[in-house]
Design a protein around this ligand. Structure first.
Ligand SMILES: O=C(O)CCC(=O)C(=O)O
Ligand SMILES: [Fe+2]
Length: 199
Protein backbone atom coordinates (compact mmCIF):
# COMPACT_ATOMS: atom_id res chain seq x y z
CA UNK A 1 0.00 0.00 0.00
CA UNK A 2 2.79 2.44 0.89
CA UNK A 3 5.92 3.09 -1.14
CA UNK A 4 8.71 1.41 0.80
CA UNK A 5 11.28 4.02 -0.08
CA UNK A 6 9.53 7.28 0.52
CA UNK A 7 9.93 9.08 3.81
CA UNK A 8 6.32 10.17 4.13
CA UNK A 9 4.88 9.76 7.60
CA UNK A 10 2.60 6.75 7.86
CA UNK A 11 0.00 5.70 10.39
CA UNK A 12 0.66 2.72 12.68
CA UNK A 13 -1.86 0.34 11.14
CA UNK A 14 -2.36 -3.29 10.20
CA UNK A 15 -4.60 -3.74 7.16
CA UNK A 16 -6.10 -7.10 6.19
CA UNK A 17 -8.31 -6.64 3.10
CA UNK A 18 -9.60 -10.23 2.95
CA UNK A 19 -9.85 -10.93 6.66
CA UNK A 20 -13.23 -12.72 6.54
CA UNK A 21 -14.39 -15.08 3.81
CA UNK A 22 -16.96 -13.40 1.59
CA UNK A 23 -19.92 -15.62 2.53
CA UNK A 24 -19.10 -15.47 6.25
CA UNK A 25 -18.94 -11.69 6.07
CA UNK A 26 -22.23 -11.57 4.12
CA UNK A 27 -24.03 -13.70 6.74
CA UNK A 28 -22.63 -11.58 9.59
CA UNK A 29 -23.68 -8.37 7.84
CA UNK A 30 -27.29 -9.63 7.55
CA UNK A 31 -27.28 -10.67 11.21
CA UNK A 32 -25.78 -7.41 12.47
CA UNK A 33 -28.29 -5.30 10.53
CA UNK A 34 -31.16 -7.32 12.01
CA UNK A 35 -30.02 -7.69 15.63
CA UNK A 36 -28.64 -4.21 16.37
CA UNK A 37 -30.86 -1.45 17.72
CA UNK A 38 -29.99 1.45 15.39
CA UNK A 39 -30.17 5.04 16.55
CA UNK A 40 -30.38 8.29 14.62
CA UNK A 41 -28.22 10.70 16.62
CA UNK A 42 -28.55 14.43 16.22
CA UNK A 43 -26.07 17.22 16.82
CA UNK A 44 -26.60 20.81 17.84
CA UNK A 45 -25.38 23.34 15.25
CA UNK A 46 -25.82 27.11 14.94
CA UNK A 47 -28.55 26.34 12.37
CA UNK A 48 -30.41 24.03 14.78
CA UNK A 49 -30.47 20.26 15.34
CA UNK A 50 -29.03 18.23 12.45
CA UNK A 51 -29.23 14.44 11.99
CA UNK A 52 -25.88 12.57 11.81
CA UNK A 53 -25.31 11.30 8.24
CA UNK A 54 -25.41 7.65 9.40
CA UNK A 55 -27.11 5.39 11.96
CA UNK A 56 -25.19 4.31 15.05
CA UNK A 57 -25.20 1.89 17.98
CA UNK A 58 -22.94 1.26 20.98
CA UNK A 59 -22.52 -2.11 22.63
CA UNK A 60 -20.19 -3.10 25.42
CA UNK A 61 -19.56 -4.48 28.88
CA UNK A 62 -21.70 -2.69 31.51
CA UNK A 63 -18.74 -0.75 32.95
CA UNK A 64 -17.63 0.56 29.54
CA UNK A 65 -19.34 3.91 30.02
CA UNK A 66 -18.06 6.84 28.00
CA UNK A 67 -18.89 10.52 28.08
CA UNK A 68 -19.90 11.93 24.71
CA UNK A 69 -21.16 15.48 24.12
CA UNK A 70 -21.32 15.83 27.91
CA UNK A 71 -23.65 12.83 28.25
CA UNK A 72 -22.83 9.60 30.10
CA UNK A 73 -23.57 6.78 27.68
CA UNK A 74 -24.20 3.29 28.99
CA UNK A 75 -23.62 0.73 26.21
CA UNK A 76 -26.23 -1.77 25.06
CA UNK A 77 -25.65 -5.50 25.67
CA UNK A 78 -23.57 -7.52 23.19
CA UNK A 79 -25.67 -9.14 20.48
CA UNK A 80 -24.61 -12.53 19.00
CA UNK A 81 -23.07 -11.58 15.63
CA UNK A 82 -21.33 -8.51 17.10
CA UNK A 83 -19.92 -10.70 19.88
CA UNK A 84 -18.67 -13.20 17.28
CA UNK A 85 -16.89 -10.38 15.43
CA UNK A 86 -15.46 -9.09 18.71
CA UNK A 87 -13.93 -12.51 19.46
CA UNK A 88 -12.43 -12.70 15.96
CA UNK A 89 -11.03 -9.14 16.26
CA UNK A 90 -9.53 -10.09 19.64
CA UNK A 91 -7.80 -13.13 18.14
CA UNK A 92 -6.44 -11.01 15.29
CA UNK A 93 -5.18 -8.15 17.45
CA UNK A 94 -4.27 -9.81 20.75
CA UNK A 95 -6.35 -7.17 22.56
CA UNK A 96 -9.43 -7.73 24.74
CA UNK A 97 -12.08 -5.18 23.76
CA UNK A 98 -14.91 -4.03 26.03
CA UNK A 99 -16.94 -1.90 23.66
CA UNK A 100 -17.84 -1.26 20.04
CA UNK A 101 -19.19 1.68 18.07
CA UNK A 102 -21.21 0.48 15.10
CA UNK A 103 -21.89 2.81 12.17
CA UNK A 104 -24.38 2.09 9.40
CA UNK A 105 -23.82 4.03 6.18
CA UNK A 106 -27.11 3.53 4.35
CA UNK A 107 -25.60 4.65 1.03
CA UNK A 108 -22.86 6.95 -0.29
CA UNK A 109 -24.57 10.07 1.02
CA UNK A 110 -23.87 8.85 4.56
CA UNK A 111 -20.37 9.65 5.79
CA UNK A 112 -18.10 10.49 8.72
CA UNK A 113 -16.09 13.71 8.82
CA UNK A 114 -12.45 14.22 9.83
CA UNK A 115 -11.81 13.22 13.44
CA UNK A 116 -9.48 11.25 15.68
CA UNK A 117 -10.67 8.81 18.30
CA UNK A 118 -8.92 10.35 21.27
CA UNK A 119 -11.49 10.63 24.00
CA UNK A 120 -9.93 10.35 27.42
CA UNK A 121 -11.63 6.95 28.00
CA UNK A 122 -9.56 5.44 25.16
CA UNK A 123 -6.18 6.19 26.73
CA UNK A 124 -3.07 7.69 25.09
CA UNK A 125 -2.32 4.99 22.48
CA UNK A 126 -5.57 3.15 21.80
CA UNK A 127 -5.79 -0.03 19.76
CA UNK A 128 -8.95 0.14 17.63
CA UNK A 129 -10.01 -2.78 15.42
CA UNK A 130 -12.25 -1.68 12.54
CA UNK A 131 -14.31 -4.31 10.70
CA UNK A 132 -16.12 -3.42 7.47
CA UNK A 133 -19.11 -5.28 5.99
CA UNK A 134 -20.96 -4.44 2.79
CA UNK A 135 -20.13 -2.02 0.02
CA UNK A 136 -16.54 -0.73 -0.27
CA UNK A 137 -16.01 2.84 0.95
CA UNK A 138 -12.98 5.11 0.77
CA UNK A 139 -11.26 5.76 4.13
CA UNK A 140 -8.62 8.45 4.45
CA UNK A 141 -5.93 9.27 6.96
CA UNK A 142 -4.55 12.80 7.13
CA UNK A 143 -1.34 13.55 9.01
CA UNK A 144 -2.16 16.44 11.33
CA UNK A 145 1.15 18.29 10.87
CA UNK A 146 2.12 17.68 7.24
CA UNK A 147 -1.43 17.24 5.86
CA UNK A 148 -0.21 14.16 3.95
CA UNK A 149 -3.22 11.99 3.03
CA UNK A 150 -3.26 8.18 2.65
CA UNK A 151 -6.33 6.59 1.08
CA UNK A 152 -7.57 3.03 1.70
CA UNK A 153 -10.59 1.26 0.26
CA UNK A 154 -12.29 -0.52 3.14
CA UNK A 155 -13.77 -3.59 1.48
CA UNK A 156 -16.30 -6.21 2.60
CA UNK A 157 -14.82 -8.47 5.30
CA UNK A 158 -11.73 -6.34 5.85
CA UNK A 159 -9.96 -5.57 9.13
CA UNK A 160 -8.04 -2.37 9.88
CA UNK A 161 -6.19 -2.20 13.19
CA UNK A 162 -5.09 1.27 14.29
CA UNK A 163 -2.64 1.57 17.14
CA UNK A 164 0.23 3.56 18.68
CA UNK A 165 0.20 7.25 17.76
CA UNK A 166 -2.35 6.89 14.95
CA UNK A 167 -5.07 8.83 16.82
CA UNK A 168 -2.66 11.51 18.07
CA UNK A 169 -0.83 12.20 14.81
CA UNK A 170 -3.58 11.51 12.27
CA UNK A 171 -7.23 12.15 11.69
CA UNK A 172 -9.45 9.97 9.53
CA UNK A 173 -12.75 10.12 7.67
CA UNK A 174 -15.17 8.31 5.39
CA UNK A 175 -15.96 10.93 2.73
CA UNK A 176 -19.30 11.17 0.98
CA UNK A 177 -19.49 9.09 -2.21
CA UNK A 178 -22.84 10.00 -3.81
CA UNK A 179 -22.47 7.39 -6.57
CA UNK A 180 -22.33 4.53 -4.06
CA UNK A 181 -25.81 3.06 -3.70
CA UNK A 182 -25.16 0.14 -1.35
CA UNK A 183 -25.02 -0.08 2.43
CA UNK A 184 -21.94 -0.49 4.60
CA UNK A 185 -21.60 -1.46 8.27
CA UNK A 186 -18.46 -0.58 10.21
CA UNK A 187 -17.66 -1.81 13.70
CA UNK A 188 -14.82 -0.22 15.68
CA UNK A 189 -13.90 -2.36 18.68
CA UNK A 190 -12.33 -0.33 21.48
CA UNK A 191 -11.02 -0.56 25.03
CA UNK A 192 -12.73 1.96 27.27
CA UNK A 193 -11.48 2.83 30.74
CA UNK A 194 -14.38 4.61 32.44
CA UNK A 195 -13.54 8.12 33.69
CA UNK A 196 -14.31 7.26 37.33
CA UNK A 197 -11.56 4.65 37.32
CA UNK A 198 -8.91 6.80 35.61
CA UNK A 199 -6.36 7.72 38.29
O1 LIG B 1 -16.58 3.73 9.08
C1 LIG B 1 -15.36 3.74 9.24
O2 LIG B 1 -14.59 3.06 8.59
C2 LIG B 1 -14.76 4.67 10.26
C3 LIG B 1 -15.48 4.73 11.56
C4 LIG B 1 -14.78 5.60 12.54
O3 LIG B 1 -13.85 6.30 12.24
C5 LIG B 1 -15.22 5.59 13.93
O4 LIG B 1 -16.17 4.87 14.25
O5 LIG B 1 -14.63 6.31 14.74
FE1 LIG C 1 -12.86 7.03 14.01
Amino acid sequence: MFDLFDDMPRPDIDWQPAWLADDVARALQTQVVAEVEWKQDVMRTPAGMVAFPRLTAWQGDPEAIYVYSGIRNVPGAWTPAVLELRRAAERASGVTFNSVLINRYRNGVDSMGWHADKERELGPEPVIASVSLGVTRVFQFQHVKTRVVHTLELSHGSLLIMRGLTQREWRHRVPKAPKVLGERINLTFRVITPRDSVV
